[in-house]
Design a protein around this ligand. Structure first.
Ligand SMILES: NC(=O)c1ccc[n+]([C@@H]2O[C@H](COP(=O)([O-])OP(=O)(O)OC[C@H]3O[C@@H](n4cnc5c(N)ncnc54)[C@H](O)[C@@H]3O)[C@@H](O)[C@H]2O)c1
Length: 297
C-alpha cells in the first residue's frame, strides 16, 4: 500500500461522496492515477462535462471495473446513469497526486538529456516548474537554458534552499549518479528521479524513482521475440493461456468465452484461427485484491 492518503470530500451520495475518513491507496492505483488524469484532461479539452467509467476506461486503456475500484479509493463513485464529473475528478486526482500545488524541481547534469528536460514545456501544466539547473562542468556555469542560468554543482545547497526544492532529477553519467544522489540528500532533497542507468541507494524517507529507457526497450524486445516465436510454432498456446486468464478475470467473470479467446490469440499471433484453441488448463482464481499482482504485464 502506498503512503498516499485520501480524505473524503464533503457531500452525500453520488459523485464525490465517501463514507470513509481516510484510506491507504494501493501503489498500483497510484501508478494509474496519472493515466486517468491525462484521459480526463483530454475529455475536458473536448468540452466533455461527464464521462461514464466505460468511456474513461477505454481512453485510459484499462478495464472499467478496475477504474471504478481505483476511483473508489478517492471516494469517487460517479453518479448512476450520469457517470463521473470530469472537472471534479481532475481536481480530485490532482489533489491526491499533490499536483494542485507548484513543485519546483532541480535538474542535475545539463548535458543532452538535462537540456532536453529543461526545455520541455509539458511539466508546467502538470504542476512541475524547473527551478534550478546544476552541473559539475565549470564551462557550463553561467550558460542559460530555457531561461535559467546553469549553476555549478558546488552551489547545490544554496540553489535548493533558495527555491524550496524537494524534487530533483539526476541526468549525469552513471558513475556519478550515487555521488550526486548523496549530495542531493545532504542538501535536503527528499524525492529523486534518476535517469542514469546505475543502481542508486538512498536513505529511508527519500523517494527514488528510476527511468531506464534501455530496460523499457529490452522489455519490448522480449515481447517482439515472443511474437516471432509464437508465429514460428503454430498451435502454441502460451498466449491463449494469458488470454484465458483475462477470461477468468474475477472482475468481469465470463466476459471472454472460448471463441473470443481463440480469436484474440489468432489476432495476436497472426496464426490461422483453426490453430488457436483455448487453453483449458485450470489456473488459480484470485480475489480482486490480488489481481494486480497476478495479472500478466
Ligand atoms: N541522452 C539520452 O537520450 C539518455 C536517455 C536516457 C538516459 N540517459 C542517461 O542520462 C544521463 C545523462 O545522459 P546525457 O546524454 O545527457 O549525458 P551527457 O554526457 O550529455 O551529460 C551529462 C552531464 O552531467 C554532468 N556531470 C557529470 N558528473 C557530474 C556531477 N558529479 N555533478 C553534476 N553534473 C555532472 C556533465 O558535466 C554533463 O554536462 C546518463 O546517465 C545517460 O545514460 C540519457
Amino acid at each position: 500500500m502506498a503512503t498516499l492518503r485520501t480524505q473524503g470530500p464533503p457531500g452525500r451520495g453520488g459523485e464525490g461522496s465517501t463514507g470513509r475518513a481516510a484510506s491507504a491507496i494501493p501503489e498500483a492505483t497510484v501508478a494509474r492515477l496519472p493515466v486517468y488524469l491525462r484521459a480526463l484532461r483530454a475529455l475536458a479539452e473536448r468540452g466533455t462535462a461527464t464521462a461514464s467509467s466505460e468511456e474513461l476506461a477505454a481512453i485510459a486503456g484499462v478495464n472499467s471495473a478496475k477504474l471504478r475500484k481505483d476511483l473508489s479509493y478517492l471516494g469517487s463513485y460517479g453518479t448512476r446513469g450520469v457517470g463521473y464529473d470530469v472537472e471534479y475528478l481532475v481536481y480530485q486526482i490532482s489533489r491526491e497526486l499533490g499536483l494542485s500545488q507548484d513543485w519546483p524541481v532541480a535538474i542535475i547534469g545539463i548535458g543532452n538529456l538535462g537540456h532536453a528536460l529543461a526545455n520541455y514545456g509539458g511539466f508546467v501544466s502538470r504542476g512541475f516548474r524547473i527551478a534550478a539547473l546544476l552541473d559539475a562542468d565549470p564551462r557550463l556555469s553561467g550558460n542559460r537554458v530555457a531561461g535559467l542560468v546553469i549553476r555549478h554543482i558546488d552551489e547545490l545547497d544554496e540553489a535548493i534552499a533558495e527555491n524550496g526544492i524537494s524534487i530533483a532529477v539526476i541526468a549525469v553519467p552513471p558513475d556519478a549518479a550515487q555521488d550526486v544522489a548523496n549530495r542531493l540528500v545532504a542538501a535536503g532533497i527528499t524525492s529523486i528521479l534518476n535517469f542514469a542507468p546505475a543502481v542508486v541507494t538512498v536513505p529511508d524517507g527519500v523517494s527514488l524513482r528510476k527511468v531506464d529507457l534501455s530496460v523499457e526497450l529490452q522489455i519490448l524486445a522480449f515481447h517482439e521475440q515472443r511474437k516471432i516465436a509464437n508465429r514460428a510454432a503454430p498451435g502454441a498456446l502460451r498466449t491463449a493461456r494469458t488470454v484465458r486468464r483475462l477470461r477468468e478475470d474475477p472482475v468481469n467473470p465470463g466476459e471472454f468465452d472460448d471463441a473470443s479467446v481463440s480469436t484474440a490469440y489468432a489476432g495476436a499471433t497472426s496464426l490461422p484461427a483453426a490453430d488457436c484453441v483455448a487453453d483449458t488448463t485450470p489456473i488459480p482464481r484470485y480475489s480482486y485484491d490480488e489481481f494486480d499482482e497476478v495479472r500478466p504485464a
